[in-house]
Design a binder for this molecule. Structure first.
Ligand code: FAD
Length: 399
């Protein structure tokens, strides 16, 4: 038996003993699960138990070094762990922006002190993070951020206004872009700063979406005092860090939406099953045109997932994401929008329920997923901006 085979069989045995029965067969989604943080309320005791057991093994961040709370696994071992978890269809023990965005960025740009302070808390699910990039006048033109940070001894005093801050009301800390030099070229006057949301002067106001939920907020900083030691990399060098984090964010978004595992529909019926339920058909979907569309969608999704898997393997082996993440972001979110649209069409009038007894829980959830999916081409940088990045940095086209 090779070392990897023996690791795999140890992991399978560990999972057999430790993966709670009630969580098996539930499937995995990068957006549903335990987000952690001080305000987190566990849906059931097994979710907490599953997290605690995985934390002990370092399995919430399998490839991160052990000294920061990770598992210290090689890329191949982490892949085997993922595959064994996949066989039982247990959800990931922990999800969120700590693991997918700020954690990898800290590993690359943080000081030893910053890594030791923040990474173990992320791995244990103790602190939940949100992202403070966008402002009312700075979305696509992110480098124009105006939130001001003025030095006062060992602190910065922060004043400004962030918008579309996903889950700010649930988060404990925020990673933010602030302007430290208003005179410099706009990219050269930005600093990447970590801010405790409990600091005096931080206030948040939820924004309600078309889907009916309020997953994001406006975040205001009013004379908020933040230690200079919370700067990642150097003062005025935040743009480089910001771009690196965006690479991680795009991969996370593509991962979350592209595979069809996103949304709130509890039963997660596949497209083919849904098509048979609504359109009938003995084995194959009765309507030939829709059958063709379903088959294309399933094939595109499978091909995309395989491509993403290769990227994940490369990331686990230490490859930092580059401009190719823009392709993943566009393609993954387009797939999700197409899939959500198709699900609504398959269900006919049953696909457009908002509330009431005429619709089951899954139908109502799918309508909201469909409405939520409209934001996919905007969040994490719009599709047009991704096309600009591909044109410039991948194809080398002139401005
Ligand atoms: C669901 C969701 C969650 C989000 N979560 C967060 C979060 O947690 N934290 C955070 O900081 N932000 C978050 N955002 C904000 C998001 O990053 C911005 O909305 C996005 O970057 C676009 O910025 P904007 O809304 O200001 O649009 P604008 O930049 O004003 O763009 C408007 C339109 O103009 C187009 N456009 C702009 N510039 C160009 C150009 N140069 N070339 C071609 N077309 C262009 C855009 O593509 C778009 O269609 C979230 C957004 C959504 C929808």
């Amino acid at each position: 038996m090779s070392d990897l085979d023996s690791f795999r069989s140890d992991v399978a045995a560990w999972l057999e003993t430790n993966a709670p029965e009630s969580l098996r067969g539930r499937g995995a989604s990068a957006l549903e699960g335990v987000w952690g943080g001080k305000k987190w309320v566990y849906a059931n005791p097994d979710a907490k138990l599953w997290l605690e057991r995985c934390v002990e093994q370092g399995y919430t961040a399998p490839t991160w070094p052990k000294e920061y709370g990770g598992g210290g696994l090689s890329a191949a071992e982490a892949k085997a762990l993922g595959q064994e978890m996949g066989k039982l269809r247990v959800p990931p023990p922990l999800i969120g922006f700590g693991l997918t965005m700020i954690g990898p960025t800290l590993l690359q740009y943080g000081t030893e002190e910053q890594k030791l302070e923040h990474l173990p808390k992320i791995c244990r699910g103790e602190i939940r993070w949100c992202q403070g990039y966008s402002e009312p006048g700075s979305g696509s033109d992110l480098a124009s951020v105006q939130t001001r940070a003025v030095r006062d001894g060992d602190d910065f005093i922060i004043n400004g206004h962030k918008v579309w801050t996903s889950y700010a009301d649930e988060a404990d800390w925020i990673f933010a872009l602030v302007r430290t030099d208003p005179e410099a070229k706009k990219q050269e006057g930005i600093t990447f700063l970590l801010i405790d949301m409990a600091s005096p002067g931080v206030s948040i106001a939820p924004i309600k979406l078309i889907s009916g939920s309020s997953p994001f907020c406006e975040t205001t900083f009013d004379d908020v005092r933040v230690p200079v030691k919370n700067v990642i990399s150097k003062i005025n060098a935040g743009w480089t860090v910001a771009k690196a984090l965006l690479g991680h964010e795009r991969t996370m978004i593509a991962d979350a939406f592209g595979g069809g595992a996103s949304g709130t529909s509890k039963k997660r019926k596949g497209l083919s099953d849904l098509a048979r339920d609504y359109l009938g058909g003995d084995g194959e979907v009765a309507d030939p045109l829709l059958r063709d569309e379903v088959a294309h969608m399933e094939m595109d999704t499978r091909a995309f997932l395989l491509t993403l898997q290769r990227t994940r393997d490369a990331a686990k082996a230490g490859h930092q994401p580059g401009a190719e993440t823009s392709f993943f972001k566009i393609h993954g979110t387009e797939l999700n929008m197409r899939r959500s649209e198709l699900m609504v069409r398959l269900a006919g009038p049953q696909g457009l329920g908002w509330e009431g007894d005429g619709f089951d829980e899954d139908e109502l959830a799918r309508t909201r997923d469909w409405l939520r999916s409209r934001g996919n081409s905007i969040e994490g940088g719009t599709s047009e901006i991704q096309l600009n990045i591909i044109a410039k940095h991948v194809l080398g086209l002139p401005d």
